[in-house]
Design a protein around this ligand. Sequence first.
Ligand SMILES: NC(=O)C1=CN([C@@H]2O[C@H](COP(=O)(O)OP(=O)(O)OC[C@H]3O[C@@H](n4cnc5c(N)ncnc54)[C@H](OP(=O)(O)O)[C@@H]3O)[C@@H](O)[C@H]2O)C=CC1
Ligand SMILES: O=C([O-])CC(=O)C(=O)O
Length: 272
Amino acid sequence: MTKRILKVAVGGFGAIGKAVAAALDQGIDGLELVAISARDVTKAKAHMSAQFRRSYDVYSLDALATTADVVVECCPAHLLDQVARPTLEAGKVVVVASVGGLLDAPHLKEIAARTGGRILVPSGALLGLDAVQAAAQGRIDSVTIITRKPPASLRGAPAIEKLGLDLDGLTDPVQCFAGSAQDAINGFPANTNVAVALGLAGIGTERTRVEVWADPTVDRNTHSITVMSHSANMTMKIEGIPSEDNPRTGRITPLSVISTLKRLTAPLVIGA
Ligand SMILES: NC(=O)C1=CN([C@@H]2O[C@H](COP(=O)(O)OP(=O)(O)OC[C@H]3O[C@@H](n4cnc5c(N)ncnc54)[C@H](OP(=O)(O)O)[C@@H]3O)[C@@H](O)[C@H]2O)C=CC1
Ligand SMILES: O=C([O-])CC(=O)C(=O)O
């Protein structure tokens, strides 16, 4: 019997999308890149012809599902629905990077339940979601995530604009937010997807406590997590190196997406 090859499309060609597409272009057993989506099509084609083994078709976000079995969403969060809805309506798999966008789109889960489509959320820039989900099968008492980022990684966040914080002038760490993951994502839509993922894995985004710090003393996107539960207490920390393309996004995030894609066809799955 021949192994099934899954056709993959990548929606968004920024820090995550380019890295995921590049890995697929290099060749991953069981997966085939068939299309990408980009806002600037000319730039994307130039990138592919300079950096990739071959060039791939460029589709609009909402058309990716017509050509692929699995669509990777890695575009700005407000476009999540354009990628995910048609993919799920077709009963296919969407891998979501903009996890925060899921909070505004409960209908996506309903569509998936109706059609047999699936929404997969990789660990992204976080760690330990497997253990948090295991603990959530029993009783979790509290979940806290403290995010410290180099000031440049927070540039453009609506909460920073609202605070009027001069990120370039910071010499000491400044707490920019304390509250729930549900609220954090509104102020930091490109910085607290991890907090939303943690909330969805554990006790929900309302009960998951978040702090965000602009910290000129760190050069990594640092997330420290504490979970108190009936089965285990956890303290976890990840120091992600910001990517060259987009300092808001750590280098590990596209690697996490690739790991999720590989597990779709792998004969042995660890940490499932
Ligand atoms: N789950 C997690 O742990 C993490 C999640 N994220 C989230 O993942 C998402 C992607 O992140 P990242 O790759 O860093 O973001 P980038 O901004 O680097 O890339 C997004 C890409 O989408 C493109 N785009 C914009 N509009 C369209 C459109 N209409 N059609 C096709 N493409 C479009 C942008 O093009 P252009 O640049 O030309 O506008 C850009 O290239 C974000 O929502 C981010 O917040 C990020 C880090 C961690
Ligand atoms: O890379 C990171 O540190 C995480 C991030 O931006 C996010 O969760 O949105």
